[in-house]
Design a protein around this ligand. Structure first.
Ligand code: THU
Length: 129
């Protein structure tokens, strides 16, 4: 799976975003170590706090299908700018794949990060005593 293809899949997933409140549409494509790709979009709700981001939708789809180890995630949004995943999504990614690469695209440029660059100090299992 190339970076370019993963970004295309994220952009396609963005089309399914349910964002009638923010009008900010996000798509994500998560590549599992198995080679399978799980896509996700943000899903908002009239009770605003019930919204879930595109990245977490993809992760939760994957976990529920039995995959827990991920190589890369691509994220696209309707903003025309690079969209950095929110702190909660970074924390959720860190739970499963601290080494994951994060690809961010605005349609003109792609930025590539290690998760540890975006979230250098995740809260992890070992912190719970
Ligand atoms: N959102 C995402 O889906 N991913 C991000 O990385 C940032 C924010 C969504 C949540 C909400 O539906 C909308 O964007 C505005 O915050």
């Amino acid at each position: 799976m190339t970076d370019e293809k993963l970004i295309v899949l994220a952009k396609q997933a963005q089309e399914n975003a349910y964002a009638p409140y923010s009008h900010f549409r996000v798509g994500a494509a998560l590549l599992g170590r198995s080679g399978r790709v799980y896509t996700g979009c943000n899903v908002e709700n009239a009770s605003y706090g019930a919204a879930v981001c595109g990245e977490r939708t993809a992760v939760y789809k994957a976990i529920s299908e039995g995959e827990r180890d991920f190589a890369r995630i691509a994220v696209a949004s309707s903003s025309g700018e690079i969209t950095y995943p929110c702190g909660i999504c970074l924390q959720v990614l860190a739970e499963f794949s601290p080494e994951i690469e994060v690809l961010l695209s605005n349609g003109r440029e792609v930025q590539k990060y290690k998760l540890s660059e975006l979230l250098p100090h995740p809260f992890i299992k070992e912190d719970i005593k």
